[in-house]
Write a protein that binds this ligand. Sequence first.
Ligand code: NAP
Length: 293
Amino acid sequence: MIDARTKLFGLLGNPVGHSLSPILQGIFLEETALNGVYLAFAPEKDRLGEAVRGLGALGAAGVNVTIPYKEAVIPYLKDLTARAKICQAVNTLIAQGDGFIGDNTDGDGLLLALEKAFGWSAKDKRVLIVGAGGAAKGVAAALAAAGAKELMIANRTLAKAEMLTELLEAHYPVAVEVLTFEALHDRAVYQKAEGIINATAMGMFPHTAEMPPIAVEYIGKKHLVVDLIYNPLETTLLRLAKAQGATTISGLGMLIEQGALAFAAWTGQLPDTQKAYQVLGEKLRERNEQVKL
Ligand code: NAP
């Protein structure tokens, strides 16, 4: 029940109508029996600063940030955590005084999901990442921080992959190779890579027939194929990779575990995520069925 001690948590994005974060964080609040509410806010871009300052002034205990504000929110924060500084993107605001520190739990959320699902660790692995946007940056930095041996980064806009490579090499002892989309037709890439991650929006609803230009014929049993997309739960890439014998996983685990890590940063409690997998999985399957995917 809401009372005078109820803590405020929230989401900043625009639009936020389809976000699963309020359901996810609501489950965590229930699981941990914390007295809090989590609400979704969609300020216009020119009022984002006022929104952040307002949430700070009201003593909000924690805030998530989603598209399109993951970078735009940075000027309104007191500081960034080391991993958020490297990514220059923020998905979590942690209360400090009357303001916030920016953090990024996306990459570690994915690693936690992979560890829970397969006992997979990034240590000494060679991983191909397709994409160099906000999600790719978080994932690449987390892989490098966790001891990945080599990253291959392919992106439509090559300059973005090059910028990400510079960032990674400046902070971690990881070998990074930039690939063009054409180079993704080279069998040697797949002989080298143990993990393959789609961090582009290609294949996301409503463009479900699309997929990144990955040469599926070279994918096999030794590969772990990850799609950061969770709508649909099974993208064209994952369906084809599974047919080739690869181990596959959607972005649902990353969505849930990045939220759990944010919740832990706000409250000091890492919530159990079992119920979240069940409820969000069902919600997404319902959405997929409604549009007959
Ligand atoms: P972003 O910053 O806008 O980056 C988009 C990426 O997709 C860029 O690499 C972009 O390439 C590429 N791309 C988009 N359309 C393309 C096309 N038609 N052809 C080739 N490349 C294309 O977005 P983001 O935040 O990184 O999100 C990327 C994906 O990750 C989305 O599907 C999102 O849903 C997913 N995601 C999942 C989670 C999770 O919790 N599971 C969290 C964050 C994001 P260019 O650089 O050439 O434009």
